[in-house]
Design a protein around this ligand. Structure first.
Ligand code: HAM
Length: 424
């Protein structure tokens, strides 16, 4: 809390997205929306908070639930939780509305996890993502991965990216594997110590641990790939051959179980070598064929991914790609007459489909031209007493310095025509 004389600051682990960075942020989301649209995904907007049980479906042994959930009682005594990921809300919405399948939706939304803040790890982070409900077909897994891969490589221009894939198999696979893995952890109980209770509750969670002193033990642990049933192995083979057919490079990562409990079948993660190892995952996802049923819906397969916007942009910075588009306006109005004339002119220009701005507060004309430059305007339009008396305004193209007079009543149409002929 700030003291009397301190300036208020955003809470720890949150941040403002300020201009000009916000331009880039907007371009990131727009590029994702375009790719998702091309693959026939529709936008879904869900509430920022849910009944706590919805978020808890990420799994009792998931950090996002057991340690990091933002849950609270509202004034009516209901226990609610801020969204921790996009998938739980999408699946809740699907179970509630029972739309026709396949249901293909994309989203952009903030998520809340009470993490230890550091670069690339925040208490509020944003994701863009997609989910496909109602299709149990390995080629959809391939399409979903291809959508993320194409976004990173073609829209953002990232190159130093690894795609890791794994399979969590079917229910039989996981039952057999969990038993073998748990026995292995029990054999290492001395090293696991107090965390043994967690290992017992969900043996898979130990595999995600970043603890240095456990890595040798984790590296030697049994691998899920050796326990896949024939059906699960055949499905995973189909995913791999689909990726090969699309020319998408991948590595098989037998220990990639991902941090959320709902995964079944294919899991995948994109890692950037431009980020520190502890938060190098720029996006990830997988299949969750049991989640709809857990939310009270009919058994329905699902798959999707989430891409961290902040981490995606950090990776872009590190690779020097996806620069800010550079905000600018078409026209800046310079007011040397006062009164309401510049107000009416900017509104008229905006009405004609041009972007337009002006200076406020009767500033000196020279300063207004400076503001036009800073706004990156292509044109300056000056309202000056002598010209206005003749029914004209001064129009100047800022880059070339060329200027002339245009009739006041025709200036919007005149500029519109020039913009259409030579768009920037
Ligand atoms: P997730 O791996 O927890 O998956 O998050 C997806 C991405 O969000 C991460 O790869 C990372 O880029 C970003 N991210 C996660 N936590 C933070 C954080 N604290 N600060 C900054 N960025 C973060 C999910 O959320 C799943 N819902 C993905 C999914 C969709 N699976 C199936 N469908």
């Amino acid at each position: 809390m700030p003291g009397d004389r301190d300036v208020f600051r955003a809470p720890n682990g949150t941040h403002d997205v300020l201009p000009p960075e916000s331009d880039r942020w907007q371009a990131f989301v727009a590029a994702f929306a375009m790719r998702a649209r091309r693959a026939n995904f529709d936008l879904l907007v869900t509430p920022i908070f849910e009944h706590v049980e919805v978020v808890q479906k990420l799994g009792a042994t998931t950090d996002a639930v057991s340690k990091e959930m933002y849950d609270f009682l509202d004034k009516g005594g209901r226990r609610l939780a801020l969204r921790a990921d996009g998938t739980a809300s999408v699946v809740r919405s699907f179970a509630q509305h029972q739309p026709v399948t396949p249901w293909k939706v994309w989203y952009v939304a903030p998520n809340f996890r009470y993490e230890r803040p550091q670069k690339g790890r925040y208490r509020q982070h944003w994701q863009v993502g997609v989910e496909v409900l109602g299709v149990d077909d390995a080629s959809v897994d391939v399409e979903v991965i291809a959508l993320a891969d194409g976004f990173y490589r073609r829209e953002l221009g990232l190159q130093h990216l690894r795609l890791l894939i794994n399979s969590m198999g079917d229910a039989d696979t996981r039952t057999r594997y969990r038993a073998v893995l748990l026995q292995y952890w029990r054999d290492h109980a001395a090293l696991i110590g107090d965390d043994m209770a967690r290992a017992e509750a969900n043996p898979l969670r130990v595999l995600d641990s970043k603890r240095d002193d456990w890595q040798t033990m984790i590296d030697a642990a049994p691998q899920i790939g050796d326990y896949l049933t024939d059906t699960a192995a055949a499905d995973f083979e189909l995913v791999q051959s689909g990726l090969r057919a699309l020319g998408i490079d991948f590595e098989i990562a037998p220990r990639l179980v991902r941090g959320l409990d709902y995964y079944t079948g294919t899991t995948f993660e994109f890692q950037s070598s431009a980020l520190d190892a502890a938060q190098n995952a720029v996006g990830g996802g997988g299949r969750y064929d049991g989640l709809v049923e857990q939310m009270g819906g009919k058994p329905t397969p699902g798959i999707g991914f989430g891409i961290g916007i902040e981490r995606g942009l950090i990776a872009c910075d590190a690779e020097g790609v996806f620069a800010a588009p550079g905000a600018s306006v078409d026209v800046f109005v310079i007011d040397a007459v006062g009164g309401l004339s510049s107000l009416t002119l900017v509104e008229e220009l905006r009405g004609a489909g041009l972007s337009a701005d002006r200076a406020y507060g009767a500033r000196a004309v020279k300063k207004q031209w400076g503001a036009a430059d800073r706004a990156g305007a292509r044109w300056g339009v000056m309202l000056a007493p002598r010209e206005l008396a003749d029914g004209t305004v001064v129009v100047k193209e800022l880059a070339s310095g060329e200027q002339g007079e245009v009739k006041r009543d025709e200036v919007a149409a005149w500029l519109r025509t020039r913009e259409d002929e030579t768009p920037r």
